[in-house]
Design a protein around this ligand. Structure first.
Ligand code: PLP
Length: 396
């Protein structure tokens, strides 16, 4: 063959790997936007499902498939899909189940972004919404002829109430509605909503599933029929997860159980400690005796683990929160959660910033409420740091 020119060498050299008798121990990162074919017949065969293969990464990629296999398996679902953020997974799962003229019942305490999506986007598409206190109220009277979906979180963000998924699933199904559950805070290690009757489970995989605060991602798990429908819609909206980020998630999932166990044990110790302080007027954690939803958590959660998320109410209100954040040093104020290091967040100014004062009040999100994502440090160090910072709180 004629010798190639410099630019052609740059473009084509290194395309083939050497044959090898050994295999890579971790799965390869298939970092490609598109796949090539030897002929049109091979492409046709893949499109028609007659041959295994990939075409274009928005349609699918081997790393997405590896990730989906793990997630579907640990959730006891049939199939899973991975997207580029929790919000894209939430939006697609909701859109897939409703059309203009339908009605949705949603928990009145939800991650602010989900709430905002339901309130603005679904309403813009002509969907009628009822926000309901799914912990304290019976949802039955809120159903209408056209109710298609009930949307809740396993552990409400940021009030940390365990929601009775079994009961809600039964009521939803008796009204021919689907139950969609955001299981981000609990993770599949603690709760598997599909086994409790949910129809679709969604995750911000940005949090515990990834666990290292380095990517944004979302996951949806359900049965094959539902996932096939969401897959087709997702192709058109296109929130594709980068294969590299999918690979990081696969890597992270290998240690999910170990991490969630440690997060849970640390959070329980910190919750108990903070509950003993006079300057902390309330601690919200589903594992505490004082939690009104501990019975539900005990029934629905595995291993007596309650997750790594807790919220505290500072007696000194807003000023106390500002002062606390200034005095915490290794514990950063970072409005996300689920990473290896302990972080704080301030729901009234971050995740629930879009709520009006009235909505904040209704959802029991006060200006003194601090959300804590308890990390994997030695918990004695975390307790000492809170102790020191809380002692220094100055509300003058
Ligand atoms: N669900 C919950 C419970 C969350 O806390 C968040 C984000 O904080 C989301 C969904 C949205 O996920 P993402 O930020 O990955 O889009």
């Amino acid at each position: 063959m004629k010798k190639k020119h410099f630019a052609s060498k740059l473009v084509h050299r290194g395309e083939k790997y050497a044959e090898s008798v050994s295999k890579s121990k971790s799965i390869p990162i298939v970092m490609t936007s598109v796949f090539s074919f030897d002929d049109v017949e091979s492409l046709d065969a893949v499109y028609e499902g007659e041959a295994n293969g990939y075409i274009y990464t928005r349609n699918g990629n081997p790393v997405h498939d590896a990730l989906s296999e793990i997630m579907a398996n640990i959730e006891e679902g049939e199939r899973a899909l991975a997207y580029s953020s929790g919000m894209s997974a939430i939006a697609l799962s909701l859109i897939s189940q409703i059309k203009a003229g339908d009605h949705v019942i949603a928990a009145h305490v939800l991650y602010g972004g989900s709430c905002q999506f339901i309130k603005t986007e679904l309403v813009r598409f002509g969907v009628d919404i009822s926000f309901v206190d799914v912990v304290n109220d019976d949802i039955t009277p809120y159903f209408k002829e056209n109710t298609k979906v009930v949307y809740v979180e396993t552990i409400s963000n940021p009030t940390m109430e365990a929601v009775d998924l079994q009961k809600i699933a039964q009521i939803a199904h008796s009204h021919h509605a689907k139950l969609i559950v955001d299981n981000t805070f609990a993770t599949p290690v603690i709760c598997q909503p599909l086994l409790l009757g949910a129809d679709i489970v969604v995750y911000s995989a940005t949090k515990y599933l990834c666990g290292h605060s380095d990517i944004t991602a979302g996951i949806i798990v359900s049965n094959k029929e539902t996932i096939d429908k969401i897959y087709s819609i997702g192709l058109l909206y296109g929130p594709t997860l980068s294969p590299f980020d999918a690979w990081l998630l696969v890597r992270s999932l290998r240690t999910l159980e170990l991490r969630v166990r440690q997060h849970s044990q640390n959070a329980m110790k910190l919750a108990r400690y903070l509950e003993s302080l006079p300057s902390v007027s309330n601690v919200y954690y589903p594992g505490l005796e004082s939690s009104a939803t501990k019975v539900i958590a005990l029934r629905n959660f595995q291993n007596n683990w309650f997750g790594g998320m807790l919220s505290i109410e500072l007696a000194g209100g807003e000023k106390a929160v500002y002062s606390l954040f200034r005095h915490l040093k290794s514990i950063k104020f970072a409005p996300s959660l689920g990473g290896v290091s302990t972080t704080t967040s301030y729901p009234a100014k971050t995740s629930h910033r879009s709520f009006t004062d009235e909505e904040l009040k209704k959802a029991a999100i006060s200006k003194g409420l601090v959300r804590i994502s308890v990390g994997l440090e030695n918990i004695d160090d975390i307790i000492s740091e809170f102790q020191e910072a809380i002692n220094k709180i100055n509300t003058a």
